[in-house]
Design a protein around this ligand. Sequence first.
Ligand code: ADP
Ligand code: F6P
Length: 481
Amino acid sequence: MPAQRTFDLVIAANRLPVDRVVAPDGTSEWHRSPGGLVTAMDSVMRGREGAWVGWAGETGPAPEPFEESGMWLHPVPLSEEERETHYEGFSNDTLWPIYHDVIVPAHFHREWWQAYERVNQRFAEAVAEVAAPGAKVWIHDYQLQLVPALVRALRPDVRIGWFNHIPFPPVELFAQLPWRRQILEGLLGADYLGFQRTPDAQNFLRACRQLDGRTTKGDTVATADPDGRTRQVRASAVPISVDVNGLEELAKTEAVQRRAEQIRASLGNPEVVMLGVDRLDYTKGIRHRLKAYEELLADGTVSSPAVTLVQVATPSRERVEAYKQLRTVIETTVGRINGTYSAIGAPAVHYLHRSYPREEMAALFQAADIMLVTPLRDGMNLVAKEYVTCRHDEGGALVLSEFTGAWHELKQAYVCNPHDIEGLKQVMLRVMSLDDRERRRSMRALRRRVGDNDVQKWADTFLANLEMAPERPPRPTPKGA
Ligand code: ADP
Ligand code: F6P
């Protein structure tokens, strides 16, 4: 048997950067996985030698580990039942709603929790297998919150960091979880915990104090390992970002600029193109932005096709009930708006329910006069930063919800509260009527902010914080030794 390859940097995330999609005839293809985590970590890992432990998106036995663009991909298997209980159930129907302000109700099932424990154990074993002595292990997101302590138990020699891509909930919501103490203890197996915003880190520290009776000091919390030795775990904010250079370079290519013009032409060269790009998720406020647009059309304040909305809604978690319901609501609303306000050959809403290559996304960003980012709650929202990055022409305007992590950095955007439909309509109208100089001023300021903190800087800061995390105090020397 060939020797197991080991690495000094190991990352673990629920998904690998690519998903294996098996066709009915048994042939399989690898597709890029959805979501911001993959967008960010894919650019971070290119150019660094390391292993990525994750699920390949299909159930049954996992493919053999393989190399892809210089990364070692180590697939972890999930059974069909675990896909339902660990991934769709506990991760996306228990934790996801609790961590996003309970926009839809969370469901609690003991079998889901048991599957979550079992899958977290499997991930920890895979990490322990590929980590070199003293390696840095970087665990990601809410699906793997028990992995830090499980890895520590298997491999006390490695440095363990965890980063949460989504918000960490206020203690009153987190307290609803019947397994809240186990989750806190799982996370405290890490040396360093990173969050999108300082309030997320503070929510975590407060939960440790109020629900687990722990002592915190500044941004650290005290914990004890199974051997009785105490450790300090640091929890602080490191806001994630995008690959500014790579994306800007792509957006500047002639092919992307030509495609942006083609997109506008095929929309009929409207006066204003508004754009939304989101996973089809109830946290993203897609329903709210459609409502605001529909009311503007109904008021006669704007008309179609002069003002056209393009909504890209990426398929996501399609077997979870809340997502099925959301899809029905969104598609019914789009149908109603188009039925009422479109002319032949010129829909008011162009609704696109599929994934696109990066080039097409960059062209869409360039084609849009107004980017609508209206989540009810979002850890960061990379789409907002991608839009700004692609606007090297300083054109376009960003409407940004105050409930995104991005808004805490991008205060020069046109802020909105998506729950306030009247307010959202006013912001849309205001942005449409801005003069060019004012719009450019805002975009220039946004571009400076995003340029100051790109994804490589984010990763370097996270890894430096992990490096500097307090060491465990040495074992006391036995008397007489
Ligand atoms: P989340 O992680 O919740 O999905 P983010 O906005 O942080 O939200 O990240 C979404 C990422 O997925 C971005 O990089 C965005 O460009 C990408 N994306 C979203 N929709 C599509 C799509 N239809 N095709 C390709 N990429 C997409
Ligand atoms: O960051 C939020 C997140 O859940 C990521 O973990 C994931 O990459 C993305 O959204 C997409 O979700 P899913 O992996 O469930 O398709």
